[in-house]
Design a protein around this ligand. Structure first.
Ligand code: THU
Length: 134
């Protein structure tokens, strides 16, 4: 599957966004080794911090279907911004632990621009479970 095809799935997921507060709809599509694609969109709440980002929704969606880090092959994230959608800090932390550092992350917008990145680039010097050792 090409980056453009996976991005198209993220655009489909974006249509499911519930974002009445920010009016900033985000979609994500996570491709797994077995060919399954898990979708996610941002889901907001009147109590703002309760909101969930699109990419974490896709990741957790896959995990709740039994998928693990090694199953993840590629992730696409899209919003209607001037530039490619850049994941927030919380999502960078989640991805750095749960998504393979060698797998591509495609950031896009609705103009068709796509930037490829990865967890190392998004969050160098991440806090890791090894850092919890006392
Ligand atoms: N958002 C995402 O879902 N993913 C990102 O990568 C950036 C931000 C959401 C969170 C919130 O619902 C809205 O976009 C505005 O911040």
């Amino acid at each position: 599957m090409t980056a453009e095809e996976l991005m198209q799935k993220a655009i489909e997921a974006r249509a499911l966004s519930y974002s009445p507060y920010s009016h900033f709809a985000v979609g994500a599509a996570l491709l797994c080794r077995d060919g399954t694609i898990y979708l996610g969109a941002n889901v907001e709440n009147a109590s703002y911090p309760v909101s969930m980002c699109a990419e974490r929704n896709a990741l957790y969606h896959a995990m709740m279907e039994g998928k693990k880090k090694d199953d993840f092959v590629a992730l696409a994230i899209v919003a209607n911004g001037e530039h490619e959608c850049s994941p927030c800090g919380m999502c960078r932390q989640a991805l750095s632990e749960l998504y393979p550092s060698s797998a591509p992350i495609y950031l896009g917008n609705l103009t068709g621009a796509i930037k490829e990145t990865n967890t190392k680039e998004l969050l160098p010097f991440a806090f890791r479970k090894e850092d919890l050792q006392k």
